[in-house]
Design a protein around this ligand. Structure first.
Ligand code: HPA
Length: 255
């Protein structure tokens, strides 16, 4: 894996990176507006990391109002080349049980009305279509997978992420439809984040954490308490995985 800085985009349940020894906070202004907050820069288990909580440091920005373009542009312009995105999701298929980590390999976009591209046709590049056959960086995905094997985290090593609009949760019928479409996980932030990362040629992969069984996949209703409880347990494992993965990313770099 090559050089450039490394960033973590934190999702619900990861609005702060406790072990980050903060050296700087950088407020970025972008042509697309303000990112979710300043970039927090510091040493994380011996490596430099930039941290950006997607929903803001106090978790106040709902998924459909996240300024994804500003977030990705700010990271790119800070010299970031590698982005580890952490995201809370609902589990659709049987393997996706609450608390489990999953490393998706595909994504389907069901979001609408979000600013979803840097290529609006008015830039120098004119009309551009980026390849999205494999939406996540496979090298980074494999680093996550090998890290989770080493720590015996029992992660699900592939799966299709359904990106829904939110902020409401889905109906049971919508989840049935997503499953028929081949989706294993459902979350509200995977798009346009994944596509924008590709447009900026960032090395991007997602560490998804199952917060709940998706609508209609368990007996009861989905509560915020349930989501918070499951995430709190799972984030301990994510916080063990991240330093290992970041170390591996840095080791593999040419000097
Ligand atoms: N659906 C969509 N997004 C989510 C869910 C869900 O069930 N759980 C956590 N994020």
């Amino acid at each position: 894996m090559s050089g450039g800085r490394l960033a973590i985009i934190g999702g619900t349940g990861l609005t702060q990176l406790k072990d980050l020894e903060i050296t700087r906070r950088e407020v970025m202004h972008t042509p697309y507006g303000e990112p979710s907050g300043p970039l927090t820069i510091g040493q994380y288990h011996g490596h430099e990391v930039l941290f950006l909580p997607r929903h803001g440091s106090r978790h106040t920005i709902p998924p459909h109002q996240v300024n994804y373009r500003a977030n990705l542009w700010a990271l790119k312009n800070a010299g970031v080349e590698t982005v580890l995105a952490v995201a809370a999701v609902g589990g659709i298929t049987d393997a996706m049980t609450p608390g489990r980590i999953a490393i998706p390999d595909q994504i389907i976009d069901y979001t609408w009305s979000r600013y979803h591209t840097f290529f609006d046709g008015n830039g120098e590049g004119g009309v551009t279509h980026v390849d999205m056959t494999y939406p996540y960086n496979e090298g980074l995905r494999q680093t996550l997978i090998f890290g989770s094997r080493e720590l015996e985290l029992d992660a699900v090593e592939r799966g299709t992420y359904a990106a829904t609009q939110g902020p409401r949760l889905e109906t049971a019928a919508e989840i049935d439809r997503l499953e028929r479409d081949g989706c294993d996980l459902v979350g509200m932030t995977g798009m346009p984040e994944t596509a924008l990362a590709r447009e900026l040629e960032l090395r991007y992969a997602c560490c998804a954490v199952v917060a709940n069984r998706a609508a209609g996949r368990s007996d009861g209703l989905i509560t915020m308490e349930e989501i918070a409880r499951n995430l709190a347990g799972a984030m301990d494992r994510v916080k063990r995985l991240l330093p290992l993965v970041i170390g591996r990313c840095r080791e593999a770099e040419p000097t």
